[in-house]
Ligand binder design. Structure first.
Ligand SMILES: [Ca+2]
Ligand SMILES: [Ca+2]
Length: 173
Protein backbone atom coordinates (compact mmCIF):
# COMPACT_ATOMS: atom_id res chain seq x y z
CA UNK A 1 0.00 0.00 0.00
CA UNK A 2 2.81 2.36 0.99
CA UNK A 3 4.60 1.47 -2.23
CA UNK A 4 1.47 2.26 -4.30
CA UNK A 5 1.16 5.62 -2.58
CA UNK A 6 4.79 6.37 -3.37
CA UNK A 7 4.27 5.51 -7.06
CA UNK A 8 1.14 7.68 -7.13
CA UNK A 9 3.08 10.64 -5.69
CA UNK A 10 5.89 10.08 -8.16
CA UNK A 11 3.47 10.16 -11.13
CA UNK A 12 1.84 13.36 -9.85
CA UNK A 13 5.31 14.86 -9.43
CA UNK A 14 6.27 14.00 -13.04
CA UNK A 15 2.98 15.43 -14.39
CA UNK A 16 3.42 18.69 -12.50
CA UNK A 17 7.04 19.00 -13.70
CA UNK A 18 5.90 18.65 -17.30
CA UNK A 19 3.21 21.26 -16.78
CA UNK A 20 5.79 23.70 -15.41
CA UNK A 21 8.03 23.01 -18.37
CA UNK A 22 5.19 23.76 -20.79
CA UNK A 23 4.51 26.99 -18.99
CA UNK A 24 8.16 28.05 -19.20
CA UNK A 25 8.25 27.23 -22.93
CA UNK A 26 5.11 29.25 -23.39
CA UNK A 27 6.53 32.36 -21.78
CA UNK A 28 9.95 32.35 -23.40
CA UNK A 29 10.84 33.28 -26.93
CA UNK A 30 9.25 35.39 -29.61
CA UNK A 31 5.68 36.61 -29.20
CA UNK A 32 2.89 38.54 -30.81
CA UNK A 33 2.54 41.16 -28.07
CA UNK A 34 -0.06 43.62 -29.32
CA UNK A 35 -2.04 44.45 -32.47
CA UNK A 36 -4.45 47.05 -33.79
CA UNK A 37 -6.97 45.84 -36.38
CA UNK A 38 -8.82 49.14 -36.87
CA UNK A 39 -6.59 52.20 -36.96
CA UNK A 40 -8.22 55.57 -37.57
CA UNK A 41 -6.16 58.01 -35.51
CA UNK A 42 -3.94 55.90 -33.23
CA UNK A 43 -0.55 55.92 -34.83
CA UNK A 44 0.79 56.43 -38.31
CA UNK A 45 3.50 54.56 -40.19
CA UNK A 46 6.50 56.46 -41.60
CA UNK A 47 4.31 57.50 -44.56
CA UNK A 48 1.71 59.16 -42.35
CA UNK A 49 -0.78 56.34 -42.97
CA UNK A 50 -3.00 55.03 -40.17
CA UNK A 51 -2.63 51.35 -41.03
CA UNK A 52 -3.19 48.17 -39.04
CA UNK A 53 -0.17 46.80 -37.20
CA UNK A 54 1.13 43.91 -35.15
CA UNK A 55 3.82 44.29 -32.50
CA UNK A 56 6.29 41.47 -31.84
CA UNK A 57 8.28 41.06 -28.64
CA UNK A 58 11.60 39.23 -28.28
CA UNK A 59 11.53 37.87 -24.74
CA UNK A 60 14.88 36.09 -25.13
CA UNK A 61 18.38 37.28 -24.32
CA UNK A 62 19.51 37.03 -27.95
CA UNK A 63 18.64 39.03 -31.08
CA UNK A 64 16.08 37.35 -33.36
CA UNK A 65 15.89 38.06 -37.10
CA UNK A 66 12.31 37.56 -38.26
CA UNK A 67 13.33 37.94 -41.94
CA UNK A 68 12.26 34.74 -43.67
CA UNK A 69 9.49 34.02 -41.19
CA UNK A 70 5.88 34.06 -42.34
CA UNK A 71 2.79 35.94 -41.24
CA UNK A 72 -0.86 35.31 -42.02
CA UNK A 73 -4.32 36.21 -40.78
CA UNK A 74 -5.81 32.84 -41.77
CA UNK A 75 -5.31 29.49 -40.03
CA UNK A 76 -4.17 26.74 -42.44
CA UNK A 77 -3.14 29.37 -45.00
CA UNK A 78 -1.29 27.55 -47.80
CA UNK A 79 0.18 30.87 -48.99
CA UNK A 80 1.34 32.79 -45.89
CA UNK A 81 3.23 36.04 -46.48
CA UNK A 82 7.02 35.69 -46.25
CA UNK A 83 8.65 38.55 -44.37
CA UNK A 84 11.60 39.66 -46.57
CA UNK A 85 15.04 38.52 -45.39
CA UNK A 86 16.87 41.11 -47.49
CA UNK A 87 17.51 43.72 -44.75
CA UNK A 88 18.36 41.94 -41.47
CA UNK A 89 19.15 45.28 -39.79
CA UNK A 90 15.44 46.15 -40.09
CA UNK A 91 13.99 42.73 -39.28
CA UNK A 92 16.18 41.87 -36.29
CA UNK A 93 14.64 42.37 -32.86
CA UNK A 94 17.15 43.01 -30.06
CA UNK A 95 16.89 41.07 -26.78
CA UNK A 96 13.88 42.35 -24.87
CA UNK A 97 12.95 44.53 -27.85
CA UNK A 98 9.81 45.20 -29.85
CA UNK A 99 9.17 45.42 -33.59
CA UNK A 100 6.09 46.79 -35.35
CA UNK A 101 4.91 45.13 -38.55
CA UNK A 102 2.47 47.19 -40.62
CA UNK A 103 -0.41 45.17 -42.02
CA UNK A 104 -1.12 47.55 -44.89
CA UNK A 105 -0.45 45.68 -48.14
CA UNK A 106 2.10 48.43 -48.88
CA UNK A 107 5.08 46.13 -49.47
CA UNK A 108 6.74 48.89 -51.52
CA UNK A 109 7.02 50.93 -48.29
CA UNK A 110 9.62 48.56 -46.83
CA UNK A 111 10.26 45.12 -45.41
CA UNK A 112 8.15 45.81 -42.31
CA UNK A 113 5.03 46.40 -44.44
CA UNK A 114 3.25 43.09 -44.96
CA UNK A 115 0.92 41.97 -47.71
CA UNK A 116 -1.80 41.42 -45.12
CA UNK A 117 -4.63 43.52 -43.69
CA UNK A 118 -6.38 42.76 -40.43
CA UNK A 119 -10.14 42.59 -40.19
CA UNK A 120 -11.82 44.60 -37.44
CA UNK A 121 -14.61 42.00 -37.52
CA UNK A 122 -12.24 39.46 -36.01
CA UNK A 123 -9.87 36.86 -37.44
CA UNK A 124 -6.39 35.58 -36.56
CA UNK A 125 -2.81 36.79 -36.33
CA UNK A 126 -0.29 33.99 -36.87
CA UNK A 127 3.51 34.15 -36.90
CA UNK A 128 5.11 31.11 -38.57
CA UNK A 129 8.77 30.06 -38.42
CA UNK A 130 11.15 29.97 -41.38
CA UNK A 131 10.24 26.31 -42.01
CA UNK A 132 6.80 27.65 -43.11
CA UNK A 133 5.12 25.15 -40.79
CA UNK A 134 5.92 25.73 -37.11
CA UNK A 135 3.64 28.28 -35.51
CA UNK A 136 5.66 30.61 -33.27
CA UNK A 137 2.66 32.47 -31.85
CA UNK A 138 -0.95 33.00 -32.82
CA UNK A 139 -4.16 34.48 -31.57
CA UNK A 140 -7.73 34.41 -32.86
CA UNK A 141 -9.65 37.53 -31.93
CA UNK A 142 -13.24 38.78 -31.99
CA UNK A 143 -14.43 42.09 -33.44
CA UNK A 144 -12.27 45.08 -32.48
CA UNK A 145 -12.97 48.70 -31.62
CA UNK A 146 -11.29 51.42 -33.66
CA UNK A 147 -8.05 52.73 -32.10
CA UNK A 148 -8.28 50.24 -29.22
CA UNK A 149 -5.53 47.63 -29.39
CA UNK A 150 -5.37 44.12 -27.94
CA UNK A 151 -2.20 43.03 -26.23
CA UNK A 152 -0.66 40.85 -23.59
CA UNK A 153 -1.32 42.03 -20.07
CA UNK A 154 2.00 43.33 -18.66
CA UNK A 155 1.10 41.94 -15.23
CA UNK A 156 0.03 38.54 -16.59
CA UNK A 157 1.80 37.80 -19.84
CA UNK A 158 -0.45 34.88 -20.82
CA UNK A 159 -3.61 37.01 -20.66
CA UNK A 160 -4.83 39.31 -23.43
CA UNK A 161 -6.65 42.57 -22.79
CA UNK A 162 -7.67 45.72 -24.63
CA UNK A 163 -5.69 48.97 -24.45
CA UNK A 164 -7.33 52.35 -25.05
CA UNK A 165 -3.82 53.78 -25.39
CA UNK A 166 -1.95 51.48 -27.79
CA UNK A 167 1.85 51.29 -27.48
CA UNK A 168 3.35 50.11 -30.81
CA UNK A 169 7.07 49.50 -30.30
CA UNK A 170 6.94 49.88 -26.52
CA UNK A 171 5.90 47.76 -23.51
CA UNK A 172 2.13 47.42 -23.14
CA UNK A 173 0.81 49.74 -20.52
CA1 LIG B 1 1.35 52.11 -45.13
CA1 LIG C 1 3.12 47.57 -27.04
Amino acid sequence: MKKLFFIYCFIIFIISCNKDKEKVDEISGLFINEFLASNDACCADENGEYDDWVELYNKTESPIDIGGMYFTDKPDDDDPYKIPDSIPSKTTIPPGGFLVLWCDKDEEQGVLHLKVKLSADGESVILIDKDRVSIIDSLTFESQKTDVSMGRDPTNFLQWKTFANPTPGFPNN
